[in-house]
Design a protein around this ligand. Structure first.
Ligand SMILES: [Zn+2]
Length: 425
C-alpha cells in the first residue's frame, strides 16, 4: 500500500511525504515514492500520524454484549484513529486464569479490526481478596488491573506489586477507597449540594493513590494510575516522580474537557467514575499534562445501554463512551485554542503510551508497525450518538461541534476504518 501526499509532523514542523507499507510494516517514508502500487491512496495533504493507543477501554465481551461487543467496539476505536487498545477485565468471566482469558482472546481474534491486548485481573474475579493466576497469564496480558474498583486491602496490593515487579508487568489501578465513597454519585462540592446529590470526596481517590505510590516504591514495581481526576492526586503522582518512584498516570478526555459546573441538571449521562471534579481540579489536570506529571490520555470508553443511563445521576451506571470522539474533542478544545500543541496531543495519545509501557508501537518511522491514522484537521462535525459505530450511545456531548476528524485508519498494515466520502481507493 502506498499513501501519497501525507502531511506529517517532524520536530514540530509539517512535512509532506509519501509512505510505503509492506505487509504489517512501514517500509519507506520519503518525499516522493514513485513506484506502481495497485493500492495507492492519495490522502491529499491531510495530517498523518502514528495510530493512537488507548490504554483503557471497556469492550464488554465476554459477558455484557448488550452494552458493546468486540465487533462494534473495535470499529468504533478504529474510527477514532486507534490502532491498539488495552481492554479492561471487568467482564464475565473475569480474565483471571488462562481458561477465562482465552475466552476473551478468541473473541478478539475473531472480531477485532485493530490490535487489542487484554489486561489480566489483579485478583480472582476482581474481588480484591486472592491474587489471580498472574504468573500463568502474564505472557498474554498487557498488565494487571482490577479496574472498576479499587483494591481495598493494602497487603493484597503489595503482593500484586511484588509479583508485577517479578513478572515485569505494570500494576494499573482504579483508585477508590470504598470507605470514602460516602454514598456519593458525583463529585462532592458546591454543585453536588445545589443538585441535592450525595458527593464522592476527592480523598476517595487521592488517599489510595498516595498509599499505592509508597507500596510501589517498596515493591519496586511500575505502578500506573487510571483516570486521575483530583488535584491532590496529581500532586501525589508529581511527588512520587520527583522521588524516583516508577509511577505513571493517565487522564480521560472528559476530565480535561469538563468539570462539575458543566452538569446543569440531574442527567445520568454525566455520571462517571471518578466523577467530574471541580474547575480547580480540571485546571490541575491541564497543568499536570503540561509539566509532564500526567503521561498519557486514555478514553475509559465505557458503553452502556440507554436504559442504564436514563435513571438520573444517582441510579444510572457509571461511564461514558469516548473512542469515536476523543481526538477531535481534544483537538477542538485544546489544540485549536493553543493550550496544547498538536505534537503534544498526538504524543499523549500514542508515543507516550508506547514509551511508558515499553511497547513497539506509536511510531511513524521506517520499519515500525504500519499503524497509521489520517486526519482531516479542517473537517467539522456535530457529535451525533445515533451515528456511532459503538453500541454505546451514552455521552453527554451530543450536538457538540468538533473538528479534526479521522478519515482513514490502518492497523497492522490493514485498513480498519475508511471514510469513503473523503478517501478514494
Ligand atoms: Zn476505572
Amino acid at each position: 500500500m502506498l499513501l501519497k501526499n501525507c502531511k506529517i509532523l517532524k520536530n514540530g514542523k509539517f512535512k509532506k511525504v509519501d509512505i510505503l507499507i509492506k505487509d504489517d510494516k512501514i517500509e519507506k517514508i520519503s518525499e516522493n515514492i514513485d513506484i506502481a502500487d495497485e493500492n495507492t491512496i492519495d490522502v491529499k495533504n491531510k495530517f498523518v500520524t502514528a495510530g493512537f493507543i488507548d490504554a483503557h477501554v471497556h469492550w464488554r465481551e465476554p459477558g455484557f454484549s448488550k452494552k458493546e461487543t468486540v465487533y462494534t467496539a473495535s470499529r468504533a476505536a478504529a474510527r477514532g484513529g486507534f490502532t491498539t487498545v488495552m481492554t479492561m477485565p471487568n467482564l464475565n468471566p473475569v480474565p483471571d486464569s488462562i481458561e477465562t482469558l482465552n475466552k476473551q482472546l478468541e473473541l478478539i481474534k475473531k472480531d477485532s479490526v485493530i490490535r487489542a491486548i487484554p489486561y489480566g485481573a489483579i485478583t480472582k474475579e476482581e474481588y480484591g481478596r486472592e491474587l489471580s493466576d498472574m504468573e500463568a497469564i502474564a505472557s498474554d496480558v498487557f498488565a494487571f488491573t482490577d479496574d472498576g474498583r479499587g483494591v481495598q486491602n493494602a497487603n493484597v496490593m503489595y503482593e500484586a506489586m511484588l509479583m508485577g515487579a517479578k513478572l515485569n508487568k505494570a500494576i494499573v489501578a482504579h483508585c477508590e477507597d470504598n470507605s470514602l465513597i460516602r454514598g456519593g454519585a458525583m463529585h462532592e462540592g458546591k454543585r453536588s449540594v445545589e443538585l441535592g446529590i450525595k458527593g464522592i470526596p476527592s480523598i476517595c481517590e487521592s488517599t489510595q493513590i498516595a498509599r499505592d505510590i509508597l507500596l510501589a516504591e517498596a515493591a519496586n514495581c511500575h505502578y500506573h494510575v487510571c483516570h486521575i481526576s483530583a488535584k491532590e492526586s496529581v500532586r501525589a503522582v508529581r511527588e512520587g516522580k520527583q522521588n524516583g518512584i516508577k509511577v505513571t498516570c493517565e487522564v480521560t478526555p472528559h476530565h480535561l474537557l469538563s468539570c462539575d459546573e458543566d452538569i446543569k441538571e440531574d442527567n445520568g449521562m454525566w455520571k462517571m467514575n471518578p466523577p467530574l471534579r471541580s474547575r480547580e481540579d480540571r485546571n490541575a489536570l491541564i497543568v499536570g499534562i503540561l509539566d509532564g506529571t500526567i503521561d498519557i490520555i486514555a478514553t475509559d470508553h465505557a458503553p452502556h445501554t440507554m436504559e442504564e443511563k436514563i435513571r438520573g445521576i444517582e441510579k444510572s451506571s457509571f461511564g461514558i463512551v469516548g473512542s469515536e470522539t476523543a481526538f477531535a474533542q481534544l483537538y477542538t478544545k485544546f489544540v485549536k485554542t493553543d493550550i496544547f500543541s498538536l505534537e503534544l496531543l498526538v504524543k499523549l495519545m500514542s508515543e507516550n503510551v508506547a514509551k511508558i509501557f515499553d511497547l513497539p508501537y506509536g511510531k511513524l518511522e521506517e520499519n515500525s508497525f504500519a499503524d497509521i491514522v489520517v486526519i482531516d484537521l479542517e473537517k467539522e462535525m456535530t457529535i451525533n450518538p445515533k451515528e456511532f459505530l459503538s453500541k454505546g450511545r451514552n455521552t453527554p456531548y451530543a450536538n457538540e461541534k468538533i473538528s479534526g476528524i479521522s478519515v482513514l485508519t490502518i492497523s497492522n498494515g490493514k485498513i480498519a476504518y475508511i471514510d469513503e466520502e473523503e478517501i478514494n481507493l
